[in-house]
Design a protein around this ligand. Structure first.
Ligand SMILES: Nc1ncnc2c1ncn2[C@@H]1O[C@H](COP(=O)(O)OP(=O)(O)OP(=O)(O)O)[C@@H](O)[C@H]1O
Ligand SMILES: [Mg+2]
Length: 512
């Protein structure tokens, strides 16, 4: 039996000829009669407050499909958005939208390309119900596997206006790409009939490039377009290219048996020649590192993220820039990161936002401090007191960097000294590499006498505060939370912050 999670906004749930009864209830009844198991009554949840509860996540995770009743209220509802976003990006569920009110294209842009049965006219209900039942019984399409793709942040903004053009750019020309041989097979990065096979994303550190690339990787339309998988390669400033190539080769079913980068490139080219795959090259610093992965077959595409716009210019292809959040986005991110409904954010939250400078990393960290129990007013005061002087920092010209560093420093200093020390110790691991929990446990056992449980608890705490990211290990080991990575801006700030009061000769000082 197919399990369906029915997502809707109460405000859209009107039965035109009989306002007292629920249209959604009628739909649920009819689908149940058609042998679907329908989960829809989220209002009956005992702890259904205003935030996104575990019960909802569990219910969505247990369903086969999410049926979304689209209307103006659903399009603007935070709850509905959390439901479909969780289903789409994280729980890998098929979403079937239906239009109850409003117009085409659907008011939820991410879903606008999906077919939505038209349920606006009640006199046509039976016809559309029959078609909906047929659609719901269709087997779901094959999705490309996510290979090495990090987990999404616990709370995320889908940043639609950037995601959709990126999705279009990445898929462009795919339909015309010949699967095997011919001219198309000889095309490498630069494309088919004028279409580029690589798409670049640039923007300053902490602006959300990697999260955007990650959202794209999780997008079902992208996963349908690349049935052989979405492969993530994190480069960073000093990548060990041969190791990364070996990992990709093995992950795609090869033997990874090559000694040099040159050999690796040839073998990867051979392997990808007939695959439909998206390669995400995250955090590129140098042209030659990107060139090492110039291995794409005609049905492959590459997405490259970098802080360096010049690097993308030298590569050619289409470019997208990630800019600061809008005020509205920053507010929404602060609400989700603080685990509070938007409407309940106090006036101080707006002032906190001003200090964060609309930078996602800074906003996420500020939200993490609230989750950790810091009252809004104290947070605001901390920002006001904390006057940083950036003396010779090459990034100091940008006011948003000052905001970022200030937020990172406040977040680090909100931890007890011992925990700050543990966080700083994570800098011993190679930059940009996700470290297994077990390796951290070994380190912290030596340095801080922490046992496995202490380590796990501290990692969970750091994750909740957005100071680290955790990627599920993908193994059956349920005792591990996964692999851990830390944003390099946090590594740098965390390393400097605790000692800054002792050494005034640092390249920047604070008013400590
Ligand atoms: N869309 C988003 N939703 C929620 N949080 C986000 C989003 N974008 C960014 N963040 C927060 O900001 C942090 C930094 O984002 P991200 O790692 O994507 O930056 P970046 O642009 O890739 O930086 P860098 O150039 O240093 O690699 C994330 O770890 C997350 O906490
Ligand atoms: Mg990044």
């Amino acid at each position: 039996m197919t399990n369906i999670f029915l997502s809707y906004a109460r405000g859209d749930d009107v039965q035109r000829n009989d306002p007292a009864t629920s249209w959604v209830q009628r739909l649920a009844r009819d689908l149940t009669a058609a042998k679907f198991d329908v989960w829809f009554d989220r209002l009956s949840l005992p702890s259904r407050g205003l935030t996104f509860h575990q019960e909802i996540r569990d219910a969505i995770a247990a369903c086969d499909r999410l049926l979304l009743v689209v209307g103006p209220q659903a399009a603007s509802s935070e709850y509905v958005q959390q439901e479909w976003q969780f289903a789409w990006f994280e729980a890998e569920k098929v979403i079937t939208p239906i239009l109850r009110q409003g117009d085409y294209p659907l008011a939820i842009p991410e879903l606008a390309l999906l077919h939505a049965e038209d349920f606006r006219d009640d006199s046509q209900y039976a016809v559309h119900l029959k078609e909906l039942i047929r659609i719901l019984n269709d087997p779901p399409s094959t999705l490309g596997k996510l290979i090495g793709v990090p987990s999404l942040p616990a709370h995320f903004l889908s940043r639609t206006d950037r995601l959709i053009p990126l999705r279009d750019a990445v898929r462009s020309g795919l339909d015309t790409a010949a699967p095997f041989g011919g001219t198309a097979a000889r095309q490498q990065f630069h494309g088919i009939a004028g279409t580029s096979k690589q798409v670049g994303v640039h923007g300053m550190g902490g602006i959300g490039k990697s999260v955007l690339a990650n959202l794209l990787a999780h997008d079902r339309e992208i996963r349908k377009a690349f049935p052989d998988g979405i492969v993530w390669v994190g480069l960073g400033s000093v990548p060990i290219l041969a190791d990364l190539m070996r990992r990709v080769h093995k992950d795609l079913g090869g033997d990874g048996a090559f000694a040099t980068e040159h050999e690796g490139k040839l073998k990867l080219k051979e392997l990808l020649a007939d695959k439909a795959l998206l390669l995400i090259i995250d955090d590129a610093w140098r042209r030659e590192d990107v060139d090492a992965f110039d291995v794409l077959g005609p049905r492959c595409r590459a997405l490259i993220t970098t802080r360096d716009a010049g690097l993308l210019t030298s590569l050619g292809g289409t470019h997208h820039v990630v800019e600061l959040l809008t005020d509205a986005e920053a507010l929404r991110l602060l609400a989700v990161a603080a685990d509070k409904p938007l409407a309940e954010l106090p006036a101080e939250a707006h002032q906190v936002l001003q200090h964060c400078g609309r930078l996602p990393l800074a906003v996420a960290l500020a939200g993490g401090l609230v989750v950790a129990g810091t009252p809004w007013a104290s947070l605001q005061k901390a920002f006001e007191r904390h006057k940083l002087e950036f003396l010779e920092n090459e990034q100091s010209a940008e006011p948003q960097h000052r905001n970022l560093w200030k937020t990172i420093e406040i977040s680090v200093q909100a931890l007890p000294d011992e925990e700050q020390t543990r966080l700083v110790e994570l800098a011993v691991f190679p930059e940009d590499e996700a470290v297994p929990e077990a390796a951290i446990a070994t380190l912290w056992e030596q340095t801080g006498n922490l046992d496995d449980l202490d380590t796990q608890q501290l990692l969970i705490k750091l994750k909740r505060r957005s100071l680290i990211q955790v990627t599920a290990s993908g193994t059956a080991d349920s005792s591990s939370i996964g692999r851990v990575s830390m944003h390099d801006l946090i590594t740098i700030t965390a390393s400097v912050a605790p000692s800054r009061c002792m050494s005034k000769s640092r390249r920047w000082t604070t008013s400590c």
